[in-house]
Every structure is written in C-alpha cells, then in structure tokens.
Design a protein around this ligand. Structure first.
Ligand SMILES: [Zn+2]
Ligand SMILES: [Zn+2]
Length: 148
C-alpha cells in the first residue's frame, strides 16, 4: 500500500468519526490530524504548535482545544504523566504503540519492539469470550539523559 494512500485513509477515517460524533471538519483540524498521522512518536502541544502547517492556521489555545475535542471523539490519545507533560498520538483502530515513559523528565517514546501482548490478547479472548480486546502498555523508568 502506498504511503500517501495510507495517510489519506487515516485522515478520512478520523474526519468521518468526528463528523459522526458532531465535530465539524476545519482546516486546522485537518492539519493537526495530518501532523499526528505523520509523527513517528507521540508529540507535545509545544511540538505541534511549532509546526509551520499549524502555526499558520491557529494559535496555541486553539490547538489545545482542538486536541481536547479530538481526544473526546476517540481519534487521538493523550499520554503522559500529567497535564504539563502531555503527549498526543493518533489512534487508528487496530494499531497501537506501547510506550516508555521517563518519570524524571516526563518524556515519552514509542517502544520499538514487537508487541509482546498480542499473543496474550488472543489467549484472553479465547478463554473469556471477550472480543475486540485492545491494550496500551506504558513502561515507567528513567531515560538515559536523566540517568547520565
Ligand atoms: Zn528523562
Ligand atoms: Zn502492545
């Protein structure tokens, strides 16, 4: 599948979900979603506001409000230890990342390992009859910068 197609599909999915749940599409919303789709790891509000595509569209308060709404509609996820160190990630169905969280500086990284829980998930579904299981894993510790 071509990269551009995937981005487009993800964007269309998110916009359709938002519309269904009463959130109208705007240019700023589209730019914000595109930025999160393109991101290889969760992004902070400051990082998102620093993007040219977004700073041309709106101010920080607007981006923050928009992030809250998108989260409410379930198309993005908020991660992190507290409000001041919040990170945002796109939440496409059937896809997830597991994360490493530094408890000293609040930094978050996506865990670059094959997910260890997927096999367990299947087993849980088989044993319990639950369907549509999903999970998010967060590992907490000190990052190399904080230890070094
Ligand atoms: Zn750290
Ligand atoms: Zn996982």
């Amino acid at each position: 599948m071509a990269e551009a197609e995937t981005t487009k599909e993800r964007l269309e999915w998110a916009i359709a979900v938002c519309r269904e749940r009463g959130l109208r599409r705007t240019r700023a919303m589209e730019e914000l979603l595109l930025a999160l789709i393109a991101a290889d790891r969760p992004r902070t509000l400051a990082e998102l506001c620093g993007l040219e595509s977004l700073s041309e569209q709106c101010d920080k308060a607007t981006v923050y409000r928009l992030l809250g709404r998108l989260q409410e509609k379930g198309v993005i996820r908020r991660l992190g230890l507290h409000e001041r160190a919040a990170y945002y990630a796109f939440a496409y169905p059937g896809e997830h990342f597991d994360y490493l969280v530094c408890t000293d500086c609040g930094k978050i990284e996506a865990l670059d390992l094959e997910c260890p829980v997927e096999t367990l998930e299947k087993e849980v579904m088989n044993r319990t009859g639950f369907s549509g299981l999903y999970h998010e894993l967060e590992f907490f510790g000190s990052c190399p910068q904080c230890v070094g």
